[in-house]
Design a protein around this ligand. Structure first.
Ligand SMILES: O=C(O)[C@@H](CO)OP(=O)(O)O
Ligand SMILES: [Mg+2]
Length: 420
């Protein structure tokens, strides 16, 4: 009854107005799962390939009709009749069919849509919420959200070199309270930015994108917003950064274009550690560029063990790349983005590898998102403990927070919030 009977792919639009892939998988018993695929802007070099048409006459080259055709043709034929409960078999069949290391022939966007729609259909067939189907009876940990309230880098049109300034309500009693606290700080920040004459326009992930040139400016506003809202920075709410350093590492230097300063690897490390000492920063993602492994090792050795160092571009959600980090002694956490690797089965292996190695796991959206909320369920199902899914505005971001509010409600007194 859980055999796959029908697979339909279609082109939809993402939050940046670019085409993306959506897939419906229907089982013999009529259960249906639907998944939409996100898309990054500051992508890692080792990410699985997102197949785009490249026809400048249509969607400025960003169409995904080839990936959709792959879903409706080759992939639909190959997975028809497979048991949706056997996720690994479905995913391995698609990986073998694609035949390339980076999933570039059929497109990781095609594979991921089918992979996630399959698990969602299987959950429906079991009459279970997705988080429960994925995580079983033990799934009850609600993640601490990293809420991105100031945007820069590749996600905004301002001079800020760092891509993301996030708040994490670690002192909340529940996920619901965490969202309330984050939302309050977000609105305080809007008021104080406006009062200081700054723009309150937002970037790709819904955080404000004022024309700040330095991280200090952003951090001062964020700390003040936390305080003015009535919370204690560092105790109730901490700050997390994603400088997305691969974006401004050139010729061995960290080139801060907005600030107009070049920093050597050592100077960049010293700068980051100084920021972490002066502000209540508990986590830095991609502090070093993906190809600056020496820098990654130096920073990991120099930083206090309590400072979370999250590998995004450097690991690309790939278990083998993560193992390089574990063995090489760099980073102590991994960002998990399902479309960086392209199937659920591979994502599960990466999360498992991280947990075994004692690395923290932060499940994450992409800067181009849709209304799909799969990562909210995966966060709880896989016991990730942390989720990064943007600001407290824009439906593509709040959809994930709202789904986690529903999951917490469903778990009732079984729910446990991963805060401090
Ligand atoms: O760098 C990141 O962590 C992500 C998500 O915030 O951005 P993008 O999807 O553009 O890679
Ligand atoms: Mg990142």
């Amino acid at each position: 009854m859980t055999a796959i009977s029908r697979v339909i792919g279609r082109q939809i639009l993402d939050s940046r107005g670019n085409p993306s892939v959506e897939v419906d998988v229907t089982l013999v018993d009529g259960s249906r799962g639907r998944a939409a695929v996100p898309s990054g802007a500051s992508t890692g070099a080792a990410e699985a390939v997102e197949l785009r048409d490249g026809d400048p006459a249509r969607f400025h080259g960003k169409g995904v009709s080839k990936a959709v055709a792959a879903v409706n043709g080759e992939i639909a034929d190959a997975v028809a009749g497979l048991d949706a409960e056997d996720q690994a078999r479905v995913d391995e069949t698609m990986i073998a069919l694609d035949g390339t290391k980076e999933k570039g022939r059929l497109g990781a966007n095609a594979l991921l849509g089918v992979s996630l729609a399959t698990v969602k259909a299987a959950a429906v067939a079991h009459d279970q919420p997705l988080f429960r189907y994925v995580g079983g009876v033990g799934a009850r940990l609600l993640p601490v959200p990293m809420m991105n309230i100031v945007n820069g880098g590749a996600h905004a049109d301002n001079p800020l070199d760092f891509q993301e300034f996030m708040i994490a309500p670690v002192g909340a009693a529940s996920f619901f309270e965490a969202v309330r606290m984050g939302s309050e700080v977000f609105h305080t920040l809007r008021r104080s930015l406006a009062a200081a004459g700054h723009s309150v326009n937002v970037g790709d992930e819904g955080g404000f994108a004022p024309t700040f040139a330095t991280a200090d400016q952003a951090l001062e506003f964020v700390v003040r917003a936390i305080e003015e809202t009535g919370y204690r920075p560092g105790t109730d709410i901490t700050i997390c950064l994603d400088p997305a350093s691969s974006e401004f590492f050139r010729d061995g230097l960290y080139s801060y274009g907005g600030e107009g300063v070049d920093r050597s690897v050592d100077e960049h490390i010293a700068y980051l550690l100084d920021l972490a000492a002066r502000y209540p920063i508990t986590s830095i993602e991609d502090p070093m560029a993906e190809n600056d492994i020496t820098g990654w090792k130096k920073l990991t050795a120099a930083a206090a063990p309590a400072l979370q160092l999250v590998g995004d571009d450097v690991f690309c959600t790939d278990a083998d790349r993560l193992l390089d980090g574990v063995e090489g002694g760099y980073a102590n956490a991994i960002l998990v983005k399902v479309n960086q690797i392209g199937t659920l089965t591979e994502t599960l292996r990466t999360v498992d590898t991280a947990h075994k190695a004692g690395y923290q796991v932060v499940i994450s959206h992409r800067s181009g998102e849709t209304e799909d909320t799969t990562i909210a369920d995966l966060a709880v199902g896989l016991g990730c403990g942390q989720i990064k899914t943007g600001s407290l505005s824009r439906s593509d971001r709040t959809a994930k927070y709202n789904q986690l509010i529903r999951i917490e409600e469903e778990l009732g007194n079984q729910a446990r919030y991963a805060g401090s």
